[in-house]
Ligand binder design. Structure first.
Ligand SMILES: Cc1cc2nc3c(=O)[nH]c(=O)nc-3n(C[C@H](O)[C@H](O)[C@H](O)COP(=O)(O)OP(=O)(O)OC[C@H]3O[C@@H](n4cnc5c(N)ncnc54)[C@H](O)[C@@H]3O)c2cc1C
Length: 430
């Protein structure tokens, strides 16, 4: 087992090497603010920055150090799709609804890239393209149907890549072909978050770490380090949503995502694995994913979502197995970082934004929170400011829960086994 890990192995996100967490300056809240935001990830900071630049006094509270959540832990894939496929959504809810949802996803994607450029946030944001690798011939056919539907209705580009051509994109024979979506992007999530945080601080936002919100009632926000009042409150806690916010906790399904970084590779070896430096995701419901680090010659990858493991060595062993299977040239490389982060699913597999009982929220990103969190944070701020921002399709849907669900996802292992069964059944149908 030790042979899998480098001597300087860290059980922490690779991204924290370039963007380490920092303690916040102040430690107790002021008596009142115009707006209080719970959670210091992309959602909370984007809302806070927009509100502060409009002249509001804003505080962001985080129960850990600022940026401790998924926003500095994710893979940095920038996309415009959901687990709920476009074709399935169209069949279930009609063409108008599916197009409106997918147009908003595109808007979230484009507006996040535009924001990064306008702000000059140096976070390696690029339109590198994405390879979706089909795990069976039937998955390949399904992928082609999905992408053809999106191209016909939404004009989104793609190129199918049959099995015989896969090695043009990835040094593997594992997959039954795939598709390249040429204009999807990636970034360094740690540097993006740090840039957002620096801009929020410069705009006058107070960011308090180690400040856990324990209750919100009629404009009064109670925390472990004091109480404050706010005209507007935003809950931006996604996969870390606490049970002390029961309405929200009943609606999100927290689950753990796993990632690892290899030791620095000889540049030509990395180049051989992913010659076009695209992000890669497989077509399973329980995805494996790969990408080159934007700032070194390492490969970053993840998968085996919600498998219940906590021990870093066991996680490293499981992930290394996935790496060897997909990229056999890397069978002997060691891992320098292994880390986890909390994601949030929802019962309808859709992200949600809205206002309940006077409290704003944006959450349930289902692995799409880099663009969607940034977009929802902006939208929430626009609503609070009363700006004439265009309606968002995600605002219209009710936020479902299940009877007796209180935020403890005991059913996750069963759900993951169901996803694996669905993937295998589809694979057999070829
Ligand atoms: C391993 C992994 C890989 C991922 N890869 C991708 C990807 O490639 N692309 C993509 O789009 N998405 C990805 N995601 C999802 C994405 O990272 C999240 O959806 C997004 O970062 C959520 O941002 P957020 O601001 O809503 O929440 P977070 O960044 O998770 O922040 C929530 C914060 O709330 C705080 N908090 C919780 N309770 C309280 C409380 N009571 N009081 C105060 N603070 C509290 C937490 O401490 C935390 O800091 C990934 C997630 C993981 C874990």
């Amino acid at each position: 087992m030790k042979d899998l890990l480098t001597a300087d192995f860290r059980n922490a996100p690779y991204w924290w090497d370039a963007a380490p967490l920092v303690e916040s300056a102040s430690s107790t809240p002021a008596p009142s603010y115009d707006a209080v935001i719970v959670g210091s990830g992309y959602t909370g900071l984007r809302a806070a920055l927009t509100l502060a630049r409009a002249g509001r006094s804003v505080a962001v509270f985080d129960k850990e150090q600022p940026g401790h959540g998924a926003s500095r832990r994710n893979a940095g894939f920038l996309g415009r799709t959901l687990k709920k496929s476009y074709v399935d959504l169209k069949a279930a809810k009609g063409a108008d609804y599916a197009s409106a949802i997918y147009r908003d996803l595109s808007m979230a994607y484009e507006s996040t890239l535009a924001f990064i450029e306008e702000e000059g946030i140096d976070c390696h944001a690029v339109r590198c393209g994405r390879l979706v690798a089909a795990t069976s011939a039937a998955h390949y056919a399904g992928l082609e149907r999905e992408l053809a539907g999106m191209k016909a209705d939404l004009g989104l580009p793609y190129t199918m890549l049959p099995r015989a051509r896969m090695r043009e994109e990835m040094a593997t024979d594992l997959y039954d072909g795939g598709a390249v979506i040429p204009d999807l992007g990636s970034l360094h999530p740690g540097l993006y978050h740090r840039g957002l945080m620096e801009r929020a601080l410069s705009a006058g936002v107070e960011i308090l770490g180690n400040c856990e919100v324990t209750a919100i009632a009629r404009g009064r926000v109670t925390t472990t380090v004091g109480e404050t009042r706010a005209r507007d409150v935003v809950v931006a806690t996604n996969g870390y949503t606490p049970k002390s916010l029961p309405w929200h906790a009943r609606r999100v399904i927290p689950f753990v995502g796993y990632m690892a970084a290899t030791e620095p590779l000889p540049p030509e070896l990395l180049q051989k694995q992913l010659p076009h430096r695209r992000t890669v995701i497989d077509s399973n419901l329980d995805i494996d994913f790969f990408r080159p680090a934007p700032d070194s010659s390492r490969l970053l990858f993840g998968g085996a979502t919600a498998n219940g493991l906590e021990d870093p060595a066991a996680i490293a062993s499981l992930l290394h197995g996935r790496l060897r299977q997909a990229l056999p040239d890397l069978a002997d490389v060691k891992l320098s970082h292994v880390w986890t982060g909390q994601c949030a699913g929802t019962f309808d597999m859709m992200p949600h934004i809205g206002c309940h009982d006077g409290i704003w929220y944006g959450m349930g990103y289902n692995f799409a929170g880099v663009p969607m969190g940034s977009f929802f944070g902006l939208k929430i701020a626009q609503r609070i400011l009363g700006l004439p921002a265009p309606a968002c399709a995600f605002e219209q849907a009710a936020f479902p829960t299940l009877p007796f669900y209180r935020g403890n996802p005991w059913f996750l292992p069963i759900a993951m086994r169901y996803f694996a069964w669905k993937d295998a059944r589809l694979a057999r149908s070829a």
